[in-house]
Structures are given as C-alpha cells and as structure tokens.
Design a protein around this ligand. Sequence first.
Ligand SMILES: Nc1ncnc2c1ncn2[C@@H]1O[C@H](COP(=O)(O)OP(=O)(O)O)[C@@H](O)[C@H]1O
Ligand SMILES: O=C(O)C1=C[C@@H](OP(=O)(O)O)[C@@H](O)[C@H](O)C1
Ligand SMILES: [Mg+2]
Length: 238
Amino acid sequence: MANKKQQRPIHQGPPSDRGNAQGPQGKGSPARAGKPNRQAPSPKAQAGRPKQRTQPAQRPPCTLGRPVFFVGFMGAGKTSVSRRLARMCRISSIDLDTYIERREDKKVKEIFAAVGEGGFRAMETEVLREFTAAEPALVSCGGGIVKAAENREILKRGGFVVYLKVSADEAQSRISDLSTRPLFNDLAQARKTNEERLPLYEEVADVVIDTAGKSVGRIAAEVRDVLKKEGILWQSHE
Ligand SMILES: Nc1ncnc2c1ncn2[C@@H]1O[C@H](COP(=O)(O)OP(=O)(O)O)[C@@H](O)[C@H]1O
Ligand SMILES: O=C(O)C1=C[C@@H](OP(=O)(O)O)[C@@H](O)[C@H](O)C1
Ligand SMILES: [Mg+2]
C-alpha cells in the first residue's frame, strides 16, 4: 500500500518566545526618568515601531493518559471538537480520515471511487490500530468506523470513547459540501443510517454527548471536563 506521506499528530507545544519588542521606558528622556510612561505614544511616534503585543498567559499543557476516540455520525463534529480540545489543552490530535488522505494522497471520496467502501474500511482498521498503540492522543474517527466488529473491539479495548450524538437533520445543516461524504447521499438515507448505527455507537461509548444546538467550543469544554473527571486528562505541573 502506498505510504507517501505520514501525517504527524498536531502537537500543541509551547509557543515560541515572542518577547516584548520595546526597550526600557523613558530611556534617554530625563523628563521621564523614574516615572512610568502612562501616555500613549502619538501615531507618528508609533510608526515604524514593532507592535507591542500582550500575550495571554498560557496554561501549561495537559497530559493525556490514554488514547481518546471520537465516534459518531458524519457532521457530529468529531474532527472539529477533537482539534478544538487539542488547542485548548495543548495536546496532540489526529484525524483518521485526514491521515488516510495524506497517506494515500487522495481525498476520501477518491479512495471510495478507487477501491470502494471495503478498501477504505481496511485502511481505517489499519490506522486505528496504529493510533491505539501510539502515544496517547485525541483521535477523531470517521463515522463508519463502528461498522466493523473488529474496530469496535479495538475501540473498546484501546482507549476512552466519546460518542458525539447528532441527528441526521442537524448534521446535514452543518456540512456545507455533502459531496465530501460519499455515504451522505440524501437526508432520508442518512436518517436511516444514523438510526442503524446508533446501537453500534452506544456499544463502544464510554460517554455520550448530545451535540444538538451546542457550539464546538462548548462541546470541547464538556469533553475536557469529562476526561478530567475520569482521570484521563490532567494539567501538567499542577
Ligand atoms: N457543534 C457544531 N455546531 C455547528 N457546526 C458544527 C458543529 N460541529 C461541527 N460543525 C461543522 O460541521 C461540519 C462538519 O464537522 P466535522 O468536525 O467535520 O464533523 P465530523 O468529523 O463528525 O464529520 C464542519 O463544517 C464544522 O465546522
Ligand atoms: O460515516 C461514514 O461512513 C463516513 C464518515 C466520514 O467521516 P466523518 O464522520 O468525519 O464525516 C468518512 O470517514 C467517510 O466519508 C465515511
Ligand atoms: Mg471527521
């Protein structure tokens, strides 16, 4: 199988040191000596100077004790929530679809066209295994990962599973380009598929989060709180 590009987990490491570009205040100005400069510099004085930025105080990165898998129907927000949570906690995240796309140098729909759903599912199982054995990360899976009994066993044994629940109707309204999801044909079919998969998602889930009407940020915060409570995620150097 082609192994052109390996996607690295997105590691949210410490930011680069962007120090204060301004020199000491009042330097060379006797009138200001010993006094803080409370006056804003004129626009002219500011011109050509590097902009002063106040960096928000950043919390130290968190640590993840086990892999965390996001499952749920297309459009549930698995990819978006996993990425948002990774940024919030400064930990690694990996999206299995994106990983496969980079490895194969093809979009998911092109892989479906070339090797069919069966070919895609075989790749999915392979990369799922890979990330179960890797350094713990947030892993967003494709919506159909639960179809294979083998994958359900890997998920259950391999980490903590977060099921993001969504209705097919809400999912459709979220996805701007449905052609990127070859199995989201029409709404009636999607409703049926979501219903058929429901027991499979529930079978693997350690926690179920209803995403209806919630923002990505709110869902990410909810997942973070669950993971902290479960002792899977913790603040480093606490
Ligand atoms: N909670 C949400 N509210 C509104 N839009 C969302 C939400 N979650 C995801 N989206 C949007 O829906 C689309 C699909 O999200 P994505 O994260 O790719 O879902 P999944 O990986 O579960 O298929 C994206 O355009 C994303 O911005
Ligand atoms: O539900 C599915 O069968 C699929 C979901 C997609 O991922 P998302 O759930 O991230 O959209 C992608 O893996 C592929 O199009 C098949
Ligand atoms: Mg996704």
